[in-house]
Design a protein around this ligand. Structure first.
Ligand SMILES: [Zn+2]
Length: 332
């Protein structure tokens, strides 16, 4: 399909009223024509090429552990996490297993040690295949020279489920202000740090609404994450306030979840090797809505400060106005 079904389902609600009860095919064609008008040829060619690239890998690479390629909650997750999600009152049971060590940062035990080992071996197996076949792979992002995109070698379905059935639910509770309830696409990859890998990662924001980051192993020292406040595009290079400074040490199997716009970086991994699973979760609906919101953005620390300052100013002006008004009354 030319465009993803998710895009159509999120667009459907904006259809003109006269189309609402028309057959599915007619609605589909209408939306497709609009999308074609807006997406450029270059964009479509790039998407097509990436699809072919992925297909080429998937049809040639032999997975090491087939069981990783289908979501299996009890095998992937530690019992506390698995149980919290089996509870009918999920919102509460999720809150019970989550801690919030700093505003906008939540952590919880997530992956089984055995699952972490298997995923590490799978990635090593994939890299061995890449090396042997001299296949030119794309790295996960512009900042990491090492690491692999899990979606590219067959794990897209598993990670999609991970987002839809688990991450989205947590995000709905903690990150509703960035569309956490409407996450509908993802970019899943591993990054590798150590002496013969990337050493550290500078201060940045992610191309995501919500980022899941889980340490998979192996043995390492250093590699702490540091956080410096959530910022919108306009304020991304602005100062950090004291109460926004937060550092986090990884432990294997434990997950950390934060807004993509939460500025952060990774300190040097000083010994050993550290591999982390990253899932950048995005919301097409939130991105679309954000385009029309020109004033203060609720999630941004600096926007909030500006909003407070504006309020204080307005209050002061109002008070003065009242006093002047009273004076006028007294004089007349
Ligand atoms: Zn802002």
């Amino acid at each position: 399909m030319e465009f993803t079904p998710l895009l159509f389902s999120s667009l459907e609600r904006y259809l003109p009223p006269n189309l609402l009860d028309k057959p599915k095919a007619e609605k589909y064609n209408y939306m497709r024509d609009i999308l074609r008008r807006y997406s450029t040829d270059a964009e479509r060619t790039r998407e097509q090429k990436h699809k072919e690239y992925r297909q080429k890998i998937i049809s040639n690479y032999q997975p090491l552990y087939r069981e990783l390629y289908t979501m299996n909650s009890s095998m992937f997750f530690v019992p506390s996490f698995h149980k919290a999600f089996s509870n009918p009152d999920k919102d509460q049971s999720i809150k019970d297993i989550i801690s919030q060590p700093a505003p906008g940062v939540v952590t919880f035990d997530m992956l089984q040690p055995r699952f972490c080992e298997m995923l590490l071996s799978e990635v090593e197996n994939f890299e061995k295949w890449v090396h042997e076949t001299k296949f030119r792979i794309m790295r996960p992002n512009t900042m990491n020279k090492y690491g692999a995109v899990l979606d590219d070698f067959g794990l897209e379905g598993t990670l999609g489920k991970l987002m839809e059935e688990f991450v989205r639910h947590i995000s709905k509770v903690y990150f509703a202000d960035v569309g956490g309830f409407a996450l509908d696409s993802h970019h899943g990859f591993v990054v590798e740090y150590g002496m013969d890998r990337d050493v550290e990662l500078g201060f940045h924001v992610d191309d995501s609404e919500v980022t899941l980051n889980v340490c998979l192993g192996k043995q390492f020292t250093g590699g702490d994450l540091f956080f410096r406040g959530v910022r919108c595009e306009k304020h991304v290079n602005g100062p950090t306030y004291r109460d926004e400074i937060f550092d986090y040490s990884h432990s294997v199997g434990r997950a950390i979840l934060h807004r993509g716009r939460h500025r952060h970086g990774a300190r040097a991994t000083t010994s050993g090797n550290r591999v982390n699973l990253l899932l950048w979760c995005r919301s097409s609906v939130f991105r679309e809505l954000k385009k029309y919101k020109k004033d203060f953005l609720n999630f941004c620390g600096e926007c909030q400060k500006e909003k407070e300052a504006r309020l204080v100013h307005t209050m002061a002006a109002w008070k003065q106005g009242v006093l002047v008004g009273e004076g006028d009354t007294a004089a007349s």
